[in-house]
Design a protein around this ligand. Structure first.
Ligand code: SF4
Ligand code: SF4
Length: 185
């Protein structure tokens, strides 16, 4: 394990290329990213601060910062940065590093639970089904929610990649470990 910057370049570099990740070094802390962040208007997310924490090697602090998970990956900061810092991809890489060390937020882990149980990050509910019928569509599109017999293959991917362990999924209760079947702690 190197510095957080080195890990970001190594790990993110495998997906985006090292030069892409090395743009982090160009950050001049101008704050233009924070100024345009839609999530930051309503949450504690401060994009400039995340970049600063990454450059200062504040690994534990950033991995434990709830705001790391408030980014909606809208790419506004990415487009606005005058120095070409690939902010959104840097945030996504930091999240992946944090997740590997057991720091994924509960709401993000719950998205994994939905995918495991239905094949959808956002399962289709009764309201959407009614809407679909109203415009002449089948109440459900042809996905694993309609054909649950194919869900096993999705679940197999979770097992093969170890994602079930990463989110601490309990196959007995079909929920996060320590949560009741209804989703409550
Ligand atoms: S806009 Fe770019 S240079 Fe300015 S603080 Fe954000 S990441 Fe750094
Ligand atoms: S990508 Fe994330 S950090 Fe950047 S502006 Fe959008 S929500 Fe904010």
């Amino acid at each position: 394990m190197g510095t957080l910057y080195e890990d970001i370049v190594d790990y993110g570099g495998e997906v985006f290329g090292r030069e892409h990740m090395e743009t982090l070094k160009a950050c001049v802390q101008c704050g233009k990213c924070t100024g345009g962040c839609p999530s930051g208007r309503n949450t504690a997310l401060r994009t400039r601060k995340l970049m600063q924490m990454a450059l200062l090697d504040l690994r534990e602090e950033i991995f434990n910062a709830p705001e790391l998970w408030f980014c909606t990956t809208c790419f506004t900061c990415y487009e606005r940065c005058p120095k070409g810092v690939k902010t959104t991809d840097i945030i996504r890489t930091i999240r992946n590093l944090a997740a590997k060390e057991g720091h994924m937020s509960v709401p993000h882990r719950m998205i994994g639970v939905y995918v495991l149980k239905t094949g959808h990050a956002v399962p289709i509910g009764p309201d959407q089904m009614k809407l679909r019928e109203k415009v002449g569509l089948d109440s459900q599109p042809p996905t694993t929610q309609k054909y649950p017999e194919y869900l096993k293959e999705v679940q197999e991917i979770f097992k093969t990649t170890g994602y079930d362990a990463m989110i601490d999924f309990d196959w007995e209760t079909m929920n996060l470990r320590g949560m009741e079947k209804g989703g409550k702690k």
